[in-house]
Unconditional design. Structure first.
Length: 569
């Protein structure tokens, strides 16, 4: 029993330390957006001072950067976005551990850049003002950007700024990945996922190495991959490349949507599969399974002749020079889907962000809804229907689990205080039907977005407006459910305090979490203008849910109110 108490209090001490660290890290996380100092040399730039949807992006004046001794100041002519940028803006909690818990510490966006050299540091010898350059310089979504000398090369005269500005990270990823395959002239190379930024570079770079390239893509992209040099094209909607008779020396897998054994079957005995990606930017359906599949393939390949290789992408000046040479000789031509003005960057991020997070239901307000644009919202729903249905299933499952959990809590605490146990049960069970109604709202949005025959009496703009209406109902319903989730934590905390068999500090944590949910959710409903500011401060209170970790670890085993044994007379 003594050992058990030591373990329990050790866990509680760890929770307290984590809570204190979280509070400190949260409040010390800030940026320079609120500093009201006069600008000496202003320039226009895109930046985000808060986490959220693309609506948080601001096109405003900031101070023009000054290069240090080893940097080059570039007047930006073109820049591009990469897969990490939408994630930085949304700020999922794992990423916030690196980028700032409460606010993003670095408020600029963009890595790839192309433009004219404006000024150079005293240690820079390879460039001079007026040179046309491209490479890596962050943040590049601005009128001017600073870059290290080692991250830039001269732009070929036959390459446009728009083309050069889209090369760096996608080109690095394709080139450095294919290099892992040790490709020789005449070898057969398959590119799975051949139409994204990395995929289109991979097709062309593999061809420049002398390989016979097979590209895997969707029906609508067949002509594109043929135009950039693919020798053979497989439409994955019609054919599974792992079921064919062809064997490949190298598979550049940008999707990772097949099993280890399926890919081994189509590799030559000494073939190499390069694990380059998991199916595109952002968070999407099946992402976790694909990550797990890549790790599994990497591990299992250590016991067979065929190799499955993971790698990391890094800035490399020699690779940048090689990409420049390949563009100059027309062996590689960057494929540009569309271009935007700097002031239209929010629209670009909505496009990049078209696929929402796996539990799509929870992210509908920030991802699928385009404020004031019903047609764009309906298009997002149509594009993301599978993910939205996946989110609906997740919400149904989690809401059902909550019912059983709260019944278990009621059974545990009813002997402590029947009144408070019933209040806890009632408040929690109110939030569950609201969650179920949110699922119905999403189902209605999908129905109107698809526009089946029985809805033909509605014009398209009317159906789009109804899609937006039901998603906004979902948004409000989600906030309402969170209010009741916060309210049930109050009687839950009281029951913990009065129980005598759970440390009382956990009751304090539970009530703190309840305050956080009620304050932030109420602000979203009744004070939407100030919801962002209030939410910043209220969200830290929600960390009080750490109390559940203790209960999940130790459960309800031996957890009963203290009883007094009375000897019979």
């Amino acid at each position: 029993m003594k050992l058990k108490r030591i373990l329990k209090w050790s866990v509680l001490a760890i929770l307290l330390i984590l809570f204190a660290w979280f509070e400190y890290a949260y409040w010390t996380s800030t940026n320079d957006c609120d500093r009201k100092t006069a600008l000496v040399n202003p320039m226009k730039a895109i930046r985000f001072c808060e986490y959220g949807s693309p609506d948080v992006l601001k096109f405003e004046d900031v101070e023009k950067p000054v290069p240090n001794d080893d940097q080059v100041l570039i007047k930006v002519r073109a820049a591009s976005l990469n897969f990490i940028d939408p994630g930085l803006i949304r700020g999922p909690w794992p990423l916030r551990l690196m980028s700032g818990l409460r606010k993003p510490e670095k408020t600029g966006l963009g890595n790839d850049v192309a433009g004219l050299v404006e000024a150079v540091g005293k240690n820079v010898t390879l460039f001079k003002p007026g040179d046309e350059v491209f490479g890596v310089g962050r943040p590049s979504l601005a009128e001017y950007a600073c870059a290290r000398e080692r991250g830039l090369v001269i732009k070929p005269a036959n390459v446009t700024f728009e083309q050069a500005g889209s090369v760096a990270w996608a080109g690095f990823t394709a080139l450095q990945g294919l290099r892992q395959g040790n490709i020789q002239p005449g070898q057969k190379v398959l590119i799975n996922g051949a139409t994204g930024g990395v995929g289109t570079f991979a097709v062309q770079i593999a061809k420049s190495f002398g390989a016979e390239v097979t590209a895997v893509c969707s029906t609508g992209k067949v002509d594109l991959v043929r135009s950039i040099g693919a020798d053979h094209v497989i439409d994955y909607t019609q054919e599974d490349f792992t079921k064919g008779d062809q064997r490949y020396d190298v598979i550049f897998d940008n999707v990772n949507n097949h099993s280890f054994s399926d890919r081994r079957r189509v590799l030559t005995p000494n073939g190499i599969c390069i694990l380059a990606g998991i199916g595109g930017a952002g968070t999407h359906e099946g992402q976790l399974m694909r990550i797990a599949g890549a790790l599994k393939a990497d591990l299992l390949s250590r016991f067979v002749r065929q190799k499955f290789v993971r790698y990391g992408t890094a800035t490399n000046k020699e690779d940048l020079r090689l990409l420049s040479d390949l563009m100059q000789t027309r062996k590689v031509t960057p494929v540009i889907d569309r271009t935007y003005k700097l002031s239209e960057i929010a629209a670009l991020l909505y496009f990049v962000n078209a696929l929402p997070a796996p539990f799509a239901l929870l992210y509908v307000p920030s991802v699928l809804i385009v404020r004031g644009d019903a047609a764009a919202t309906a298009n997002n729903v149509r594009d993301s229907e599978i993910l939205l249905r996946f989110g609906m299933a997740g919400e149904l499952f989690s809401s059902t689990v909550v019912i059983f959990a709260v019944l278990a809590f009621y059974s545990l605490f009813k002997a402590v205080s029947g009144k408070h146990a019933r209040a806890m049960l009632a408040l929690m069970l109110i939030s569950v039907p609201v969650s179920y109604l949110n699922v119905l709202n999403d189902l209605a949005a999908i129905t109107f977005a698809r526009g089946p025959e029985f809805l033909s009496s509605f014009a398209q703009p009317q159906r789009d407006a109804l899609v937006l209406f039901f998603l906004r109902l979902h948004s409000q319903g989600l906030v309402l459910a969170q209010i009741f989730w916060g309210l049930w934590l109050f009687p839950f905390g009281i029951l913990i305090w009065r129980s005598g068999f759970i440390p009382r500090i956990l009751a304090v944590f539970a009530i703190i979490a309840g305050c956080g949910y009620v304050i932030s959710s109420s602000a979203s409903l009744f004070l939407p203008t100030y919801a962002g500011v209030i939410g910043q401060y209220a969200v830290i209170l929600e960390a009080g849910e750490l109390s559940f970790i203790w209960i999940l670890i130790w459960g309800a085993r031996d957890q009963r109110p203290n009883q007094v044994a009375v000897a019979p007379v």
